[in-house]
Design a protein around this ligand. Structure first.
Ligand code: SIN
Length: 276
């Protein structure tokens, strides 16, 4: 496989590879690229929905989103839609997907269906590097500490994203506690596992201390030298390791630019482990 690195921090674009030819034989090669580079990109992929599901299932059992309704006949596919005249979009803000779940997703696969002529890139960030480069005093404080991750579910999202539907679980809150430093179950590497969208509090610290410390960590996680940015084209696929990364879908849709154009992505997620 011919691979171009996307930045010095993470990300690899795999060229001249048709995901339709992913098989038990070459799966390990793709999975090794994923573990090494944390997010791998493939352009010009022509996949049926059935094939998209089949490819995703090679990474493990597929799960449905906690509160977003999947598409007709294929509830395991979430369609992320930014309507033409929406400025905002689902996925804006740094996050690791569904970190509020007891077993947050292992891998997320995104496939672009419609992309505005300009805008709507996604930025990914390497949380192993974030831990390595974190201030030593902060590292000592967070060693063996846990944090609470919470989402208020679909209420916020149905109000903000007009073309996306809840699966009916409106008003449910999702909350779980995870270690702040988690261990990658496949590589054994340590990962900084908090994110500004869902992590609300460090267990055992007074509120103000917890909030100051989390804000410092979030600021560190935003460092651009930990990130890579992917400019989508239609029919591109991103496979991301949701355990060791965060991502941010940039909502830079302004008049005369991306505003007035739809952005549509299909998303499948793979069942993860309980972080340890
Ligand atoms: C997401 O956060 O899962 C959406 C990412 C994107 O649309 O680029």
């Amino acid at each position: 496989m011919n691979v171009d690195l996307v930045s010095g921090a993470l990300g690899a674009e795999v060229n001249n590879f048709d995901l339709n030819s992913l098989s038990n034989k070459n799966f390990e090669e793709v999975n090794n690229l994923l573990l090494e580079h944390k997010v791998v990109f493939f352009r010009d992929q022509s996949l049926t929905l059935e094939k998209f599901i089949k490819i995703a299932s090679m990474f493990g059992p597929i799960e449905e989103h906690a509160y977003v309704k999947g598409i007709e006949k294929y509830p395991q596919i979430t369609r992320i839609i930014k309507a033409a005249n929406e400025k905002n979009q689902w996925g804006e803000g740094w996050h690791s997907d569904v970190s509020y779940d007891l077993t947050p997703s292992k891998v997320i696969i995104l496939k672009s269906l419609k992309i505005p002529p300009i805008g709507g890139d996604t930025v990914f960030s390497n949380m192993e590097l974030a831990l390595e480069t974190l201030d030593e005093d902060i590292k000592k404080i967070i060693q063996n500490k846990r944090a609470i991750h919470t989402s208020n579910g679909s209420k916020f999202f149905v109000e903000n994203y007009s073309k996306m539907e809840s699966n009916g679980k409106i008003g449910e809150q999702y909350s779980n506690e995870h270690p702040i430093i988690r261990t990658h179950p496949e590589t054994g590497k340590k990962i900084l596992y908090v994110n500004p969208t869902y992590t609300k509090k460090i267990v055992g610290l007074p509120d103000d201390e917890s909030s100051d410390l989390l804000n410092n960590i979030f600021k560190h996680q935003e460092r651009l030298d930990l990130s890579c940015r992917f400019k989508w084209t239609e029919n591109a696929v991103a496979i991301l390791d949701n355990r060791s990364t965060q991502h941010y879908a940039i909502a830079d849709f302004y008049p005369e630019r991306g505003l007035g154009h739809e952005r549509v992505m299909d998303r499948i997620s793979i069942v993860g482990d309980k972080p340890f």
